[in-house]
Design a protein around this ligand. Structure first.
Ligand code: G3P
Ligand code: CA
Length: 337
């Protein structure tokens, strides 16, 4: 029997494409319905929420990100004085809240991870005190229209929001927590990891197929976490020695993937040739999530000629498995195009 050529292509092509495509993350599932994503699309990770549009790490920013089509929302985690995890990019909150006007006298100076920093620190404030603050936009060249309006959310509130938004849209909203300053916070009796796992377990998310990735720039806490949870772990990398083939093989012993700076992927300046990071990571069995896509001239590589969509498309061409973006709408648009 002769099979028409077009039918043959339809039958065989999907298997060929699957065989030639690097191994991809199992698609996370919600507790109610499976998370359905186009097979060829990298995950869209809303970096600190839709942080190009709303002050970072606010429930409003996370919500907008999901409405824009993000697959995951990313809370960076630090601790309050009374041991509650809250979403802030760093424990110093002078640049992202109105703490300076409300608690002027509580300004102090500390050495954190080797850096001397002046400001106001979450570990010096109770949750009740932090609740009196409102979030501000960090960057001067972004809109400040929403300054002074939104609360600092707790990690539990972020999880509840993701669950609720997931049910509304009919597919899971992934959560991608990052432990910030984990060694320092443990050293002062406010460890992140146990509390983070407790919150995830309370929602039934301590599973290998949960729509959760835990990330850290430190490797010590990820190595410990790999023995405590089946949640997929992402090792953040930012230096060349961390991404040699041997280093990547070591990371693969405890992590599911790496979160790499886009510059490490494309090789740096405008004329640089892409590196072998993605191929090496995939060869080690690791996924690669790239950070951070931002369209403003101060961030966007000159190689893209001012077009942020071109960056999305280069990342897609190079085979990344996930993209962190401050403007999830742009990332979605770039992937669709
Ligand atoms: O977590 C990925 C990326 O967010 C790392 O950079 O400094 O924005 O947390 P940062
Ligand atoms: Ca982060």
């Amino acid at each position: 029997m002769r099979i028409p050529f077009r039918s043959l292509v339809r039958l065989v092509l999907p298997s060929l494409i699957a065989a030639c495509t690097p191994a991809r993350a199992p698609r996370p599932v919600s507790t109610e319905r499976p998370l359905v994503l186009p097979a060829a699309t990298p995950l869209v990770i809303a970096h600190r929420g839709a942080s190009g549009h709303r002050p970072e790490h606010t429930l409003e920013g996370y919500t907008l990100a999901v409405q824009m089509g993000a697959d995951f929302i990313e809370p960076d985690l630090v601790s309050t004085k009374d041991g509650v995890l809250v979403a802030r990019h760093e424990n110093e909150i002078g640049a992202t809240t109105d703490v300076a006007t409300k608690f002027a006298s509580r300004k102090t100076r500390k050495v954190i991870d080797g850096d001397t920093i002046s400001g106001w620190f979450t570990e010096d404030f109770t949750l009740a005190e932090l609740r009196t603050l409102r979030a501000n936009e960090r960057l001067p060249f972004r809109s400040h229209a929403y300054d002074g309006q939104f609360l600092i959310p707790t990690f539990d509130e972020v999880l509840a929001l993701a669950d609720s938004l997931g049910r509304t849209r009919g597919r899971a909203v992934g959560v991608y927590p990052e432990t910030k300053h984990p060694t320092y916070l443990r050293s002062i009796g406010l460890p992140i990891e146990e509390s983070m796992l407790r919150s995830l377990r309370a929602r039934g998310l301590d599973r290998a197929d949960a729509p959760v990735f835990i990330q850290s720039f430190e490797s010590g806490n990820l190595r410990v976490l790999s023995k405590q949870t089946r949640i997929r772990l992402i090792q953040l990398v930012s230096t060349a020695p961390q991404v040699t083939p041997a280093a990547l093989r070591d990371i693969a012993t405890y992590a599911y993937g790496v979160g790499a700076n886009t510059r490490q992927i494309v090789g740096g300046d405008s004329s640089a040739v892409p590196t072998t990071l993605i191929a090496d990571a995939h060869a080690a069995g690791l996924r690669v999530h790239a950070w951070t896509l931002r369209p403003e001239p101060v961030f966007l590589g000159t190689r893209y000629g001012g077009d942020p969509i071109a960056e999305v498309q280069e990342m897609l061409r190079l085979g990344v498995d996930g993209l962190f973006g401050d403007y999830p709408d742009q990332v979605v648009r770039g992937l669709r195009r």
